[in-house]
Design a binder for this molecule. Structure first.
Ligand SMILES: CC(C)(COP(=O)(O)OP(=O)(O)OC[C@H]1O[C@@H](n2cnc3c(N)ncnc32)[C@H](O)[C@@H]1OP(=O)(O)O)[C@@H](O)C(=O)NCCC(=O)NCCS
Length: 112
């Protein structure tokens, strides 16, 4: 059975401020962030059309958030996909900070 989610690998790419998910060495998608002090602000997640609907976004975000926990940081879910993921994964609730107008203004200046 074809289960890309099971064989996928998630990597943090510090130089690009994102986590990428690779399927058989090919990049299938990413979740992008900026760091604001101890907060890791997630603002965009995308999976390439060719890989959509196979649970890859879920796998990617789960590993990214686990890495945030291991790094001792906090999560700010500006990205709607990450926000939706968090409503179904209460195990990360203790790490989540709210999306405030301050964070959104800060993010806008960082993203230009
Ligand atoms: C959203 C996206 C990342 C999902 O990738 P995927 O690997 O197909 O997702 P999964 O198979 O892991 O999960 C599918 C879930 O994503 C949800 N979803 C799809 N589009 C969404 C969106 N724009 N915002 C929030 N959730 C979304 C679906 O409702 C589905 O939820 P369910 O499992 O409760 O039914 C992908 O469709 C994509 O790249 N879309 C274009 C960019 C985008 O809209 N990104 C989200 C906002 S930054």
């Amino acid at each position: 059975m074809n289960q890309p989610s099971a064989s996928a690998v998630v990597e943090r790419v510090d130089a690009r401020n994102r986590y990428e998910i690779l399927v058989e060495g090919e990049r299938a998608g990413l979740t992008a962030y900026r760091d604001r002090g101890e907060q890791r602000v997630f603002f965009h997640t995308e999976i390439d059309d060719a890989f959509a609907g196979q649970g890859l976004a879920s796998r990617l975000v789960e590993e990214a958030l686990t890495d945030v926990r291991e790094s001792g940081k906090r999560i700010v879910p500006v990205c709607p996909y990450v926000a939706k993921f968090l409503t179904r994964h209460e195990e990360f609730a203790d790490l989540v900070d709210p999306v405030t107008p301050d964070v959104l203004r800060w993010l806008e200046t960082r993203l230009g």
